[in-house]
Design a protein around this ligand. Structure first.
Ligand code: MTE
Length: 879
């Protein structure tokens, strides 16, 4: 049955026509035309063609400073992970109004990183390989794929496994960003059955999986995943290699020029910018296959999953087929219906989809919280394509033989408006042909994927109007009944969506929230507008924003361990990522006393817009910017010990210097590839700060061993591919060595005659910067004694560089190493840095300064020793 109302909006064109669309040897093919092609006679059949498309031609301002500055996009799309990478969904009503097929500009996008740039003229020569457990490895160009294989066209719905995740995040924050209910879209894909290409390569006997790899370089390698070989070979599963979407060449965000399309499964398996098909005996070992797209058991907390890799490696928790799901599009969020002169009946409408090709066989609506249900009408538009056999967009459209359902369906139900007026809510649930039905309760899991409980829209009566509210709004957009209920103290997991039903016992499902340190002043209700915030982007009284709350930095500028500069750098800005990533619980607990109020909703939006500072095309002489992240590209990595590497980055141009005062630090930011959360750590580079064009950072890597998963930053840095951009910001730090016995602490200059430098492990890096500055300047009268503690001789970092600096400077410098696990051959000192060593080598003098940097235990014991030996606080500096 067909819903007549879908025809009056911007619905898909229902045409009586035959294929009149571009030939597949045209590069790039022109977009589909919608008038009838008289030159080809055809049997008249009814199929749905794509809605009118209006391809964006402009690169939006917001994208201009990102690696995606080559991709024109539709401004209506809602960005779910800030500016970059591009993860978006359309407003739900706009998506639904398009009808069965979605225009490419509104099709949801899930990009883990930057979009590979492929010029139109290079499309025919795009190469991909079929390799691994095959008799005949192949390398094919797109031109060959089109010329040598049969072309097919088929409508397919893609759904991101995170669709509807915002609801999970309202219950308990998952490790994933907040999709609304529009992470789903449908298109006519044209390409080649994946099985045809694999057959040509002739898989060997033990072959069981097809691994796919894209061209997008990410922090943990190229994006990749796998599916089972026997699924690929099964025509009922319809897996394809596609290069057209709705008759036009794939757009950059959707995999231009070639992608895999895996129908019925989560979108994460449909690899874009496809470069490799690797046939293997085991599932993909790609980082993104293992740490993404999984539903771990509900009791596995974010901490447990981070500490115990076994959860990720268990293939039982990997997701392939989609789960049964549905949502209500109308009533839309915040829609109002007039009871006085409105329609007698209200038509509720929405979508539903099943997984693994299973058909949705019923959609049910309840307006009494699930006590009774009404059957909705369903329009399976996909069935219309089964009735024809023809060429469409250069591919054979022939689905009559296939029973599987790879597309969403639309449903609708007319409900008397007066009955709605008596109801408190409207819920929908769908069931598939295997009787898989959506549950009432949410199955929360650490990645928040496959969320599919009943979709509920609340109804409230406001005067003569009914007002509807969806559960959530995507991304950080405020609104939705879940947020409202939570704010009012309701427990969303009590079995009644957080409502208190009189006489019914609360039976809350416990989803223990990570203990969050409150950072706001209790009871403070003060809305701060953007103009007020902007007035405080200076040193008189710097204000900054963390998670939508405004704080003043003035009272702790002097004491801040990162130096006043780090507060001034954040003035007037949203510093949530940095603050949350690098501050301790103790620092967070101090925040209520600096809390000024909450940023207004419009101010929050203005803050996410790109900085208004006009970008100049002039090459910048120095690289670091203390108020914005700037990117340097990883040039090479060099191991200098079993667990330490030097990462060399290229700056923006060969003449550029770093712009870091001696003794100060910079911050490196990588994004966790799964949840996009920022991983930020301070480092002191090892290269000379005056070096042009390059930057070297020494990093000690804490990698996984046994059951320990290793450090987050270490894992991310270790798997960083050469050529990948990394964000830097700075300088930060309280201390600066100006030179020739002059230094500054918190901007206040002082004299120093000698430095006692105490360090351990990679704590040598800031010490090394200062030591080098002193030793390099023959006219600098300052003396330096370095006490460097390590475990083994091979743990001593920069030893040769230190020795080289000492040559000819023995009268001004001394470097003493002590080892806790020294071998027989070690002729130097043994044991920890203790009170005797400190007493012997660090002479308390008015103009001596002690600089300390090392592991927490070393810093703690040195602090105690120095205090006992009478050093004044202001003489000691912990980096
Ligand atoms: N392929 C590559 N190479 N890189 C990616 O980031 N994202 C995956 C998949 N294929 C991704 C990829 C995910 S998680 C989804 S949901 C779909 O692409 C989204 O496809 P779309 O952006 O065309 O809608």
């Amino acid at each position: 049955m067909e819903d007549p109302t879908t025809q009056d909006t911007r619905s898909n064109l229902l045409l009586k026509k035959h294929d009149n669309l571009p030939q597949f040897d045209q590069f790039p093919p022109s977009p589909p035309q919608t008038e009838e092609n008289d030159s080809e006679s055809s049997e008249e059949v009814e199929i749905l063609l794509p809605p009118p498309t209006n391809p964006p031609t402009q690169v939006l301002d917001i994208d201009k400073k990102t690696p995606d500055a080559h991709v024109p996009r539709d401004p209506r799309l809602i960005r779910l992970t800030g500016t970059h990478p591009f993860n978006v969904e359309a407003p739900l009503s706009a998506l639904f109004n398009e009808g069965f097929l979605t225009s490419p500009e509104l099709f949801y996008v899930r990009n883990h990183g930057a979009v590979p740039e492929v010029k139109d003229q290079d499309i025919p020569n795009w190469q991909f390989s079929v390799e691994g457990l095959v008799e005949r490895p192949l390398t094919l160009t797109l031109r060959q794929l089109i010329a040598e294989y049969e072309q097919i066209t088929c409508p397919i719905t893609l759904v991101c496994a995170g669709n509807r995740r915002k609801e999970q995040n309202q219950v308990r924050k998952s490790q994933g960003f907040s999709w609304g209910a529009a992470g789903v879209s449908t298109a006519l894909f044209t390409g080649v059955a994946m099985s045809e290409v694999i057959k040509k390569a002739r898989p060997r006997r033990r072959a069981r999986y097809v691994c796919m790899e894209g061209a997008d370089k990410l922090p943990n390698g190229f994006y990749g995943t796998s599916v089972k070989l026997n699924w690929v070979m099964d025509p009922n599963r319809g897996m394809m290699l596609a290069y057209k979407m709705n008759g036009e060449m794939l757009r950059p965000d959707h995999g231009k020029p070639l992608r895999a399309v895996i129908p019925g499964q989560i979108g994460g398996r449909s690899v874009k910018w496809l470069k490799k098909l690797i046939i293997t005996a085991a599932p993909s070992d790609n980082w993104y296959h293992i740490y993404d797209n999984r539903v771990l058991p509900t009791m596995v907390s974010p901490d447990e999953s981070a500490n115990n890799p076994k959860w990720w490696q268990d293939d039982r928790y990997a997701i392939y087929d989609l789960s049964t799901n549905s949502a209500i599009a109308y009533p839309a969020h915040e829609e109002q219906v007039c009871l006085k002169d409105g329609p007698e009946k209200y038509r509720a409408k929405g979508y539903a989809y099943g997984g693994g090709g299973r058909r949705i066989t019923r959609v049910e609506i309840s307006i009494d919280k699930g006590r009774t249900w009404r059957l909705a009408d369903i329009d399976y538009a996909e069935d219309r394509y089964r009735e024809v056999e023809q060429t469409l967009f250069g591919g054979r459209l022939d689905m009559s033989w296939r029973e599987s359902c790879f597309c969403w369906c639309h449903w609708w139900l007319d409900i008397p408006t007066l009955e709605l007026a008596d109801a408190k809510d409207l819920v929908v649930r769908a069931m598939d042909e295997s009787m898989n039905i959506q549950p009432k309760e949410m199955y929360w899991s650490v990645l928040g994927m496959m969320n599919n409980p009943w979709f509920r829209v609340t109804i409230s009566k406001e005067g003569d109007y009914l007002r509807f509210e969806h559960p959530t709004q995507p991304a950080l957009m405020p609104g939705g009944w879940m947020e409202r209920v939570k704010k009012a103290g309701g427990n969303l997991t009590n079995g009644h969506w957080g409502e208190n039903l009189a006489g019914e016992e609360e039976k809350a499902v416990v989803h223990e929230q990570a203990k969050e340190v409150p950072m706001t002043k209790a009871g403070l209700k003060n809305e701060i507008l953007i103009d007020e915030l902007r007035k405080h982007d200076n040193e008189d009284e710097p204000w900054f924003v963390i998670n939508g709350e405004v704080y003043t930095g003035l009272p702790f500028m002097k004491e801040h361990p990162g130096g006043a500069q780090s507060i001034l750098s954040a003035a007037g800005l949203d510093t949530s990522d940095e603050f949350m990533a690098i501050h301790s619980e103790t620092a967070k607990a101090m925040m209520p006393s600096y809390h000024l109020g909450t940023l207004s909703d419009s101010a929050k939006l203005s803050l996410t817009e790109p900085a208004s500072e006009t970008a100049s095309n002039e090459p910048r002489p120095t690289f670091l910017n203390s108020r914005a992240w700037t990117k340097a590209v990883l040039h090479s990595k060099r191991a200098i010990s079993a667990d330490t590497m030097i990462f060399t980055f290229t700056l923006e141009h060969p003449e550029q210097t770093l712009g870091l005062p001696v003794g100060q630090h910079l911050m490196i930011r990588l994004r966790d590839p799964v949840d996009r959360e920022a991983i930020i750590r301070p480092y002191t580079p090892i290269s000379d700060t005056t070096r042009k064009g390059y930057l070297d950072v020494l990093i000690k890597l804490y990698l996984s061993s046994g059951s320990h998963p290793g450090g987050k930053m270490s894992r991310a840095m270790n798997s960083l591919p050469v050529g990948h951009g990394v964000d830097f910001k700075g300088p930060i730090g309280r201390f600066e060595y100006i030179g020739r016995g002059r230094c500054a602490v918190n901007g206040v200059e002082r004299k120093v005659k000698s430095f006692a430098m105490i360090c351990g492990g990679s704590g040598i890096t800031p010490i090394f910067q200062v030591f080098r500055a002193v030793m390099r300047d023959a006219d600098d009268p300052t003396t330096c004694t370095v006490l460097n503690g390590n475990r083994l001789v091979e743990d001593i970092l920069c030893r040769e560089d230190l020795d080289a600096l000492l040559q000819g400077n023995e009268h001004r410098g001394e470097v003493i190493h002590t080892l806790t696990k020294a071998t027989e051959e070690w002729a130097g000192l043994k044991g920890r840095i203790n009170e005797d060593l400190v007493q012997k080598h660090c002479h308390a003098h008015k103009e001596t300064m002690v600089l300390v940097c090392g592991p927490e235990a070393l810093e703690k014991s040195v602090r105690k020793v120095l205090r006992e030996q009478g050093w004044a606080e202001e003489q000691v500096l912990f980096f």
